[in-house]
Design a protein around this ligand. Structure first.
Ligand code: NAI
Length: 385
């Protein structure tokens, strides 16, 4: 089976997320990395692309050149990953979708709810895939957690508790550093800082594992470092459409926390707990029994877990492999479209543009509620009300 062609915009040398995408896309031999506009500096982007093995004519200096160069090629890229800074996602994703490419966009997908709705409509209209990289949902034990909840192992979900709290912006003496400062400046970051950057991962995770969507929320937002306009800490209470109660804490001033994404789900007959920093263990507490530790790679878990696990039990699998599972989902979905097959959406769990849109609506709801002293507000995008 021929490999699919893959290209990336952003993710240049020294970027945080570029290497994880390259590792993930290359993991299962589904995608060949053939094109890129990797850097906002054209020469550096072209040079780095060629050092990574791209042909000179496909190591582009800008995403506009990449679009122009790729769109009429018979061997054009099948999938474009957009891994640039947030404010550029919408424009680049829209342009590639309009020209018939499938796109995997980094989070947050857009800067406004209206832009998010436009991308959802555009993906539906063009029949192209617009995925958004909630890459942590690719972890094997997260997939297993979702499967356990869906098959009723913990009964009806009562409460979901999600956290994404780190301490990397906790140093008040560093708050004026331009690399940190822009994140808390509304002119550059939009209406929210920490929730839009990290909180949306936790909220997506809450929806992903419970199979429920957030309907309304109440937020307490603060700038722990007072010179910041936007929040560096938020506590969000929410209610989901299947009746679950949600609690979410996100922070960038939690000194001592490194990554800090964790999810707990408590049902009528059991509880589950998983943390991104120990992704190979899932803690399961059946009502009235002892705590069980489920190891990634064990036999007899679920088809969802088996499909997304590669390395023998007892050996760590980490974040680029979780991204790899998103890419494998996308390869399957792209091949199905090429062959004219329809796929059961429940059998292919890559995060959709709809998820990116829901996050954007939640970002604006958190900002609105936070300003209104925690008033409960509708968290759904207008098109899903
Ligand atoms: P970064 O600042 O480390 O790297 C950004 C890269 O994009 C650089 O190589 C830069 O030269 C390039 N770039 C900027 N503008 C460009 C343009 N117009 N055309 C081509 N290249 C351009 O940023 P980082 O941390 O890698 O974040 C990128 C995106 O990934 C952000 O949207 C961020 O929210 C997201 N992200 C997602 C994560 C996840 O778990 N899904 C984790 C970390 C970041």
């Amino acid at each position: 089976m021929a490999k699919l062609n893959w290209g990336m915009v952003g993710g240049g040398e020294g970027s945080q997320i570029g290497p994880a995408h390259r590792l993930g896309a290359g993991l299962d031999g589904e995608f060949a990395f053939v094109a890129g506009a990797l850097d906002h500096r054209p020469d550096q982007g072209r040079d780095y692309g060629q050092r990574l093995g791209l042909d000179a004519d496909r190591a582009y200096g800008s995403w506009q050149d990449m679009l122009a160069g790729e769109k009429d090629r018979p061997d054009r890229v099948d999938l474009v990953t957009v891994a640039t800074p947030n404010a550029t996602h919408f424009e680049i994703t829209r342009a590639f979708l309009e020209n018939g490419f499938h796109v995997l966009c980094e989070k947050p997908m857009t800067m406004t709810v209206a832009e998010g709705e436009e991308l959802v409509h555009l993906a539906n209209h063009t029949g192209r895939i617009c995925a958004v990289n909630y890459g942590y949902s690719g972890y094997s034990l997260v997939r297993h957690m979702r499967a356990m909840v869906a098959r009723g192992d913990i009964g009806k979900v009562r409460v979901v508790v999600a956290e994404f709290a780190h301490g990397h912006h906790a140093d008040a003496t560093d708050a004026d550093n331009p690399r940190v400062r822009w994140r808390y400046d509304p002119a550059q970051a939009g209406v929210s800082a920490q929730f839009a950057d990290c909180g949306i991962h936790a909220m997506h995770m809450a929806s992903f594992v419970t199979g429920q969507e957030v309907e309304r929320l109440s937020a307490d937002i603060v700038s722990g470092i007072p010179v910041r306009t936007l929040e560096d800490d938020a506590m969000v209470n929410f209610r989901m459409d299947g009746g679950a109660v949600g609690r979410l804490w996100t922070s960038s001033i939690a000194i001592g926390r490194q990554h800090g994404l964790a999810i707990q789900v408590f049902g009528e007959t059991g509880g589950l707990r998983w943390s991104q920093e120990q992704p190979n263990q899932l803690y399961y507490m059946p009502l009235g029994q002892r705590l069980q530790v489920i190891e990634r790679g064990e036999g007899n878990l679920s088809p969802e877990a088996d499909r997304t696990s590669r390395v023998t039990v007892g050996h760590a699998e980490g974040m680029p492999l979780a991204f790899g599972n998103i890419y494998t989902d996308l390869a399957e979905a792209i091949r199905a479209r090429k062959d004219g097959r329809t796929m059961d959406p429940a059998a292919n769990l890559y995060p959709r543009a709809e998820d990116g849109l829901r996050s954007m609506a939640a970002v604006f709801a958190v900002a609105e509620s936070g300003k209104a002293d925690g008033a409960w507000v509708d968290a759904r995008p207008p098109m899903f009300r």
